[in-house]
Ligand binder design. Sequence first.
Ligand code: PLP
Length: 369
Amino acid sequence: MSFRVRFVDPRKNYRMIKDEIDAVYFQVMENGDLINRHQLRHFEEHLAGFVGTKFAVGVNSGYDALHISLRAVGIGPGDEVIVPSHTFVASCSAIVNVGATPVLVDVKDDFNVDVGLIEQAITPRTRGIMPVHLNGCMADMPAIMALARAHGLKVVEDACQSLGAHTDGRKAGSWGQTGCWSFYPFKMLGGYGDGGAITTNDEDIARFAVNMRYNGEDRETGIYHGHGFTALLDNIQAAWLDVKLRHLPAWIGRRRAIAGMYREGFRNLPQLTLPHYEGKDHVYQNYVVMCEERDALVKHLRDGGIEVLVHWRIPYYRHEALGLRAEGFPVTERICSTVLSLPMNVEIDDDQVQEVIAAVHSFFRGNRR
Ligand SMILES: *Cc1c(COP(=O)(O)O)cnc(C)c1O
């Protein structure tokens, strides 16, 4: 099916910055700068500057950023790590794959972890908390960091969906021992394939990640510092991401403008719950609304040529093969049965946003196909 309003539009995004992307491509190709060159270091410097940390280390995915971070802070078998029940499965899988035990806790109606439930879930085996900043809005980091300090816990932020968001002027990914980033194409800073990064203020953690992404090897001395991974961020991706990072502040502005149009357009629709959290910064990685008649609304919009997605229809803990506790998360259950994500990207124009708004209104007026 071809949609008139796309959820994201990589071809259009490319056309918007084609000259810059092409120039960087030719530079990299002509110089043969394929692995671990200045393009990677420049991007890391600029990302660290943007997030407000001393270091950034490029890796090959958001998942690996989480996985390597957990290892870097010393989490392993016998340790418990608290993670929200409403997140992308990779948050939890990284914990399982370092041999630790994920302890799931429910979220609040802002989609982020319920800090009161974190406190109740702490046991003598708890070693870490993995808050997730979902959709572009941060978890309550002041409260989480206070809990972590009180109980001596490590904090690995899954910030994959909130690049640029801040609380009290301090950016997502700069609060915990590490912040973890994904440059999967659909993310706000999306590459042309997989990519990720770790941000941190801790020099030892940064060095650990630099070694581990390169099979454990310190490239200067040739010494292996552990059994590592092949997990570098490709140089060409770093070069492209560096171009896109320069556009990011303006793109966040555009996302906020679209959110403002949606908010205005849906003002008189009590059937739709909108993602506005008073007093909280939001960068709108996703524009997630809630609706009791979700499935019918999704069908209506898709039939009308508007691409919408559902994150996620089935909570990850309900997938039997993952072997997780599958009960006791009422807020997550309600979210998963009512959410849909409307088109939110820097490619759509104002007319397309109005088209989405009109299509939603036509659904509630009963003009259903
Ligand atoms: C995208 C994402 C990840 C994983 O990132 P990849 O680069 O796809 O491995 C992890 N957590 C959250 C919340 C994400 O949105």
